[in-house]
Design a protein around this ligand. Structure first.
Ligand code: PEP
Ligand code: MG
Length: 325
């Protein structure tokens, strides 16, 4: 079946009524770059850069990082490459860097928080990404944002890096698009306050579900409570997308929900502008999109939004898939 789906590689991810939903890839390592186009995704919606830091025995310096980001940008050009700044902490611990010893690291000093409390580490990465931005398909986003101040502080450091690079005569794209992950409920609820500071949102449903439901995304004991179709999640996604469009931003989903064929019609109906997933899922998701009517997806989302249980939403999603199969 997968071989058959690979025949979709060069077909657009377009619904039967002509609505385009770009499919981009989530990657962790440069070795995955070839798989992106080969499986029919166009560009990268989530480059998890912390993996550059996890493999090596020491932290990659600015040159090594710039080289990696440039390779990603060149390999996908002119399709977009969204580089996510370091999401270190919790389960992702680099060698050669002293991480804080915390009782509850998933709620601790991680990701954007860690970057802001270690400006040297952060600025090295920002400079490397800016250098790669001479390829104008490079975009950048911040992970685990929970307050607008974090976005403002990160943007301030970014502007500092821009000034330093200018003084050094190093080229970069002044207009590189900056976005933020929305994966903490507080960020979702103040999306309108964050919006003026960014160009796009990327919904990390893995963490958004974890933090909204208070369910560890990796804990089997509570896996039955981890529900992507919980009404709280549906309402949050709806809210984020509506706010983003009102402010002229676009919104991607880069969590596992985007890779789940059952849930893709719902996400499209809620107005999500782009889906990013592991390259191996791209053919399956493109197949669903190409069998779907956008108008039916919107109808599905409207029904889901007035439902009162995850089970009901699951049933609606299931019926939609059965209908287009
Ligand atoms: C997410 O949280 O959904 C996400 C895409 O980020 P990660 O899986 O890297 O935490
Ligand atoms: Mg996340």
């Amino acid at each position: 079946i997968l071989l058959e789906l690979d025949r979709l590689r060069d077909k657009p991810p377009e619904t039967k009524d002509g609505y385009l939903v770009p499919i981009t890839a989530n990657i962790e390592l440069l070795e995955e770059l070839d798989a992106v186009g080969a499986r029919g995704a166009k560009g990268i919606g989530l480059f998890r850069t912390e993996f550059l830091f996890l493999g090596a025995g020491s932290l990659p310096d600015e040159d090594a990082q710039a080289e990696a980001y440039i390779r990603a940008a060149e390999s996908q050009y002119p399709s977009p490459v969204v580089i996510r700044t370091l999401d270190l902490g919790a389960d992702k611990l680099p060698a050669g860097f002293e991480m804080p010893d915390e009782l509850n690291p998933f709620l601790g000093d991680r990701a954007i928080r860690l970057c802001l409390s270690h400006p040297d580490l952060f600025k090295t990465q920002l400079r490397a990404i800016l250098r790669a931005s001479v390829h104008d398909n490079v975009k950048m986003m911040y992970p685990m944002v929970s307050c607008v101040q974090e976005v403002m502080d990160a943007n301030t450091l970014l502007r500092q890096c821009m000034m330093e690079l200018s003084q050094e005569g190093v080229a970069f794209n002044q207009d590189m698009q900056i976005g933020t992950m929305i994966e903490v409920p507080s960020a979702a609820l103040i999306a309108d306050i964050i919006a003026p500071h960014v160009s796009f949102f990327s919904i990390g449903t893995n963490d958004l579900i974890q933090y909204t439901m208070a369910v560890d995304r990796g804990n089997e004991n509570v896996a039955h409570l981890y529900k992507p179709t919980h009404m709280a999640i549906i309402r949050l996604i709806d809210h984020i997308v509506k706010v983003s469009h009102k402010h002229g931003l676009w919104t991607c989903v880069c969590g596992q929900m985007a890779a789940n064929p059952q849930l893709v019609p719902l996400l499209i109906g809620l107005g999500v502008d782009e889906l990013s997933m592991s390259p191996s899922q791209a053919p399956l998701i493109k197949d669903v999109i190409r069998k779907l009517y956008y108008s039916a997806a919107v109808e599905l989302a409207q029904k889901a939004l007035v439902s009162s249980s995850a089970e009901r939403v699951d049933q609606l999603c299931h019926d939609m898939i059965a209908q287009i199969a």
